[in-house]
Ligand binder design. Structure first.
Ligand code: UDX
Length: 438
């Protein structure tokens, strides 16, 4: 099939590369000429394992990138994979997505007049971006406004993405489920044809959910809201455990054996960050309020999450006065395996240390540069050992595996106070060690 993917961020680039790899003929569209040049050159502007290999294999062959919408009229499917950031109040900002939808519509408006397509051709435009149920109508309106007289031949569908940063390519190829939100049998069949080679390549039977566009996007929000709340509930219970001197990990390991609960996403600590959970939970809360419903449980999930960095700093205060002292922050990325620092728990931790007049030295194997944009004035160390050298306290914020093996490096600390927010440090002897929930 001929596919156009509008937007070349994490989701768009992964989608374009994986669809090309599945045998489709793909055009990636992005307004940023640097991003376009990188894709045509066979590499990604983002850090994502396996993506560069796919791009270098297919760029110039089944995959090309451009800043123009020219490929849209001849595409069998056009995807919109444009970012949907948060407004100040947490509600979803659809500005960039509706602008792209309108331009997609405009590209289709001229269709039938020399583009090679017949006047009765129908076009399928599929939203990959995460949007709220009321957002579906707004995007459809923008698409149809752009299409003008051709609007009745342009159909909108949604097909939410569940991939995780750091394992995006693998997640795309081995999904737990595929969700089609369509308004017609024609659109469903077209998406089935598109996904057919991907489904055929997976070992397991991938469940395909066929529903309407609004339900499909709600599935995505419910999924992320559930997972974020699951971690927050683990943190709430973990905070209680800590008060009683009980190890929350021992408790939750046992709780997770109940197959109605499951063992994953029960790791308590400094909380969830990233580009999806915070934004999506905020967006669905704001959309719920807009519709007259107070989402009490989701509000609580956010409140617990917001409180975890402060609890970590309180534990530090109980053991050390860090004013004027050197404090190591180990891990800056929002999770291991990525250089992404969006909503990383390291941000409130560093701010809290600065409020306490500490000299902060940060270390992360890949995320230091991205953190520097936010905190240009703190020191950045080249290794965890260098960060710990002479420090009067260390706070562990990201569960990078390498931190488990630090052992002797703690001996170079001026005062070996270690507050672990991720249960990753194995050494206890000779340290004033505090786990956040254990
Ligand atoms: C998430 C969803 O998993 C994915 O399906 C969706 O499409 C996008 O959002 P991602 O943001 O890449 O993916 O990260 P994920 O691995 O889910 O971790 C999110 C955050 O939760 C991280 O900050 C992580 O450290 C934290 N986390 C995760 C915990 O604190 N405890 C856990 O047990 C699991």
């Amino acid at each position: 099939m001929r596919v156009t993917v509008v937007g070349s961020g994490y989701v768009g680039t992964t989608l374009a590369a994986c669809l090309a790899d599945a045998g489709h003929d793909v055009t990636a569209v992005d307004i940023d000429p640097d991003v376009v040049a990188a894709i045509n050159d066979g590499h990604a502007a983002i850090h994502e394992p396996g993506l560069d290999d796919l791009l270098s294999e297919h760029a110039g062959d089944r995959l090309r990138a451009t800043t123009e919408y020219e490929s849209v009229p001849d595409a069998d499917v056009t995807f919109l994979a444009i970012g949907t950031p948060s407004n100040e109040d947490g509600s979803i900002d659809l500005g960039a997505l509706t602008a792209a939808a309108e331009m997609t519509g405009e590209a289709l408006a001229g269709e039938g007049n020399g583009s090679g397509a017949t006047p009765d051709d129908r076009h399928l435009v599929v939203v990959k971006s995460t949007i709220t149920p009321p957002g579906v109508g707004a995007v459809r309106e923008a698409l149809h406004a752009g299409a003008g007289d051709a609007a009745d031949r342009v159909e909108l569908a949604t097909n939410p993405e569940f991939l995780r940063e750091g394992t995006a390519v693998d997640d795309f190829r081995h999904p737990d489920k595929i969700v089609f939100g369509t308004e017609s049998e024609w659109a469903t069949e077209r998406l089935e044809t598109l996904y057919e080679p991907l489904v055929a390549a997976t070992d397991a039977d991938v469940p395909v959910i066929r529903t309407d566009p609004e339900t499909a996007v709600m599935i995505k929000y419910a999924n992320n809201a559930f997972l974020a709340s699951k971690i927050s509930l683990s943190n709430d219970l973990g905070n209680i455990c800590k008060r009683f001197g009980i190890d929350a990990y021992e408790v939750m390991d046992a709780v997770g054996l109940d197959d109605r609960i499951g063992a994953k996403f029960l790791r308590s600590g400094v909380g969830w960050g990233g580009s999806c959970f915070p934004k999506d939970v905020d967006a669905i809360r704001a959309a719920a309020r807009e519709a007259g419903y107070e989402p009490a449980l989701l509000d609580a999930a956010v409140a617990v999450n917001d409180g975890q960095p402060e609890r970590m700093l309180e534990l530090l205060d109980a053991h050390a006065d860090v004013a004027g002292g050197r404090v190591a922050v180990l891990g800056l990325a929002f999770k291991p395996g990525t250089d992404d620092v969006r909503n990383s728990r390291a941000i409130p931790i560093i701010e809290g240390l600065q409020d306490r007049s500490a000299d902060v030295v940060g270390y992360d194997p890949v995320a230091a540069e991205n953190t520097r944009e936010r905190f240009p004035d703190i020191e950045y160390a080249d290794s965890a050992a260098a960060a710990l050298d002479g420090a009067s306290a260390a706070l562990v914020v990201t569960d990078w595996d390498e931190f488990a093996a630090l052992d002797d490096a703690f001996d170079a600390m001026a005062d070996p106070v270690v507050i672990d927010g991720r249960r990753v440090i194995e050494r206890r002897a000779g340290l004033t060690y505090e786990g956040l929930t254990w």
